[in-house]
Design a protein around this ligand. Structure first.
Ligand code: F6P
Length: 540
């Protein structure tokens, strides 16, 4: 038994779970008229109704006790103070510093990092303003109208998600594209209709060594040189965002167009660093600052709100409740906002790369489950594909549902339809429909069993007044800190990602085996050898 499973609160939660696991949400609501109000909280511009979870006051009390026993607040304070809580990489974890207001002091290795952050932010503002105003011109003297972000993982998902989310706030006269996949089709599709004289590539890579990004950056340079001629054009059509500034300079990028960040910003926590350069060019400096303010508001809420009213803490603890006590495997992220189409994919990296770990901070194998599988699609689309399983499947799938009270489009009446569906789905998932109710409605005996919807399927409902830069920042920070809470309970390093390394090493070994003209000597397993041979034959 590990430290976690031996804690009094863990043991108490296990016993408590055995007692309440079969109680239906119908009963919990019927017995407790104050439940919805009591299990609803607000913070950082967001509202969370977590009453449709399979919990009681005792569950919440025990989960909060677990957080206390596991020292979540202490670890949170260590993060905010710049301590090196990413122990496997010996790094501080300071994405919260990226949105700290000027004048705040956060010291890493003896130096206050906040002035440096604001210096880079100001350089981004100047660059974005020159681009948006047309003052920044390309090699042939034309203004830049197309921005292509080249990056992958955290250097892609955040920028693309934020661009899509904030499109109504963006400069619609400009085109923004995102290239991530090493599949050349991604680059071709993103650039086929772009005029090179009006195009800027932003190479976004924390390390500036990532295979996909470096390959696509080289393809972009070749594309540009082929269309504009001399290599000199590169300086006018490329910018870079990286912690590895020498590598960006070696690539040929004008140092004036290079924006730095720091090793204490994890890739999946970097959309509010210079990695957000494309976001700032799209929506302008003021909107970007509003987004940072939204992040900061949630940071402050997480740092200071009492545990029982702390949104990220509770959200994280509810994930523990389902993952470790109900044994659920996944979490559905269901934003009722077309603009948040890429939000589930963004959260996938945030959650799964952070908490997909099987070793604890002491190097011991976990004897409990850690990070769940995260997936999702916007409502109402999902209702017409996978919701059937959510309502009547054999698995329990907790879902986070996200909605906004004011529409971003002019179709106000349609927004009522959207929100009606959001509320209805949460209601149906929680309360379902019984055989008796169906019979009263005249359902035939034959059809009744097929139409019964059991209910008792838990959801969190997250609402904000409107989707805007500030609420987007707040929403992302909510999940960042929920992920942090889970990692602190599980005692894992949520800020490394060693698991992605092996595949990269093996790919580098296989690349020359595919390229070489002469038949290579293959020393993989029989399956991999056969696949390589088959590929070489069919490609030819
Ligand atoms: O392969 C995983 C990863 O290291 C992510 O953590 C990161 O966001 C992504 O690759 C891209 O890395 P980079 O920004 O260094 O190109």
């Amino acid at each position: 038994m590990t430290a976690l499973t031996a804690t009094p609160s863990w043991q108490a939660l296990a016993a408590h779970h055995a007692r309440i696991k079969d109680i239906h949400l119908r009963k919990l609501f019927a017995d407790d008229p104050g439940r919805a109000e009591r299990f609803s909280i607000e913070g950082g511009g967001l509202f969370l109704d977590y009453s449709k979870n399979r919990i009681t006051d005792e569950t919440v009390r025990l989960l909060l006790q677990l957080a206390e026993e596991r020292g979540v607040a202490k670890r949170r304070d260590a993060m905010f103070a710049g301590e090196k809580i990413n122990t496997t990489e010996r790094r501080a974890v300071l994405h919260v510093a990226l949105r700290a207001p000027r004048g705040t002091h956060i010291v890493v290795d003896g130096a206050d990092v906040v002035p440096e952050i604001h210096k880079v932010l100001q350089a981004m503002v100047d660059f974005a303003m020159r681009l948006r105003s047309g003052a920044f011109i390309g090699h042939t003297g034309r203004r830049i109208r197309n921005v292509v972000n080249i990056g992958i993982g955290g250097s892609y998902l955040g920028p693309e998600m934020a661009y899509r989310a904030l499109r109504p706030f963006s400069d619609r006269s400009m085109t923004f594209r995102f290239v991530s996949n090493v599949d050349g089709a991604d680059f071709s599709e993103a650039t086929w209709d772009l005029d090179a004289t009006e195009t800027l590539f932003i190479v976004s890579s924390k390390t500036f060594t990532t295979l996909e990004t470096m390959t696509n950056a080289a393809t972009a340079r070749a594309w540009l040189v082929q269309k504009l001629g001399p290599d000199a054009a590169v300086a006018k059509h490329f910018a870079a965002v990286s912690t590895n500034i020498p590598a960006a300079i070696t690539f040929g990028i004008d140092p004036a167009n290079i924006f730095g960040f720091w090793d204490w910003v994890g890739g999946r926590y970097s959309m509010d660093s210079a990695i957000g350069l494309s976001t700032m060019i799209a929506v302008g400096a003021d909107n970007f600052r509003d987004m940072l303010a939204g992040f900061h508001a949630m940071d402050e809420h997480f740092r200071t709100a009492p545990a029982a009213f702390n949104l990220p803490l509770l959200l994280g603890l509810l994930t523990i409740w389902y993952t470790n006590f109900f044994g659920t495997q996944t979490i559905g992220i269901l934003p009722y906002a077309a603009h948040l189409a890429r939000f589930p994919a963004y959260l996938q990296q945030l959650q799964m790369e952070s908490n997909g770990k099987h070793i604890d901070l002491d190097g011991c194998v976990l004897d409990y489950q850690s990070g769940p599988i995260v997936w999702g699609e916007p409502g109402t689309d999902g209702q017409h594909s996978f919701y059937q399983l959510l309502h009547q499947g054999t698995r329990l799938v907790p879902c986070d549902m996200i909605g906004f009270c004011r529409p971003l489009s002019q179709q106000v009446a349609q927004h009522d339809l959207l929100m009606a569906n959001l509320f209805a789905q949460a209601e149906a998932l929680a309360f379902g429909k019984t055989a008796d109710e169906l019979r009263v409605e005249g359902c035939s005996d034959h059809q009744t069993p097929f139409r019964v919807t059991e209910g008792n399927r838990p959801t969190n409902m997250i609402l904000a007044e409107a989707l805007n830069p500030a609420t987007l920042g707040s929403l992302v920070a909510l999940y960042e800190h929920s992920v942090f809470t889970q990692g602190a309970i599980w005692a894992i390093d949520s800020f490394d990602q060693w698991g992605v390394e092996l595949g990269k090493v093996l790919a580098n070994r296989i690349i020359p085996e595919l390229n070489r003209d002469a038949e290579p000597v293959l020393a993989h397993d029989a399956s991999t050898n056969a696949l390589i041979r088959r590929y070489r034959k069919q490609r030819a």
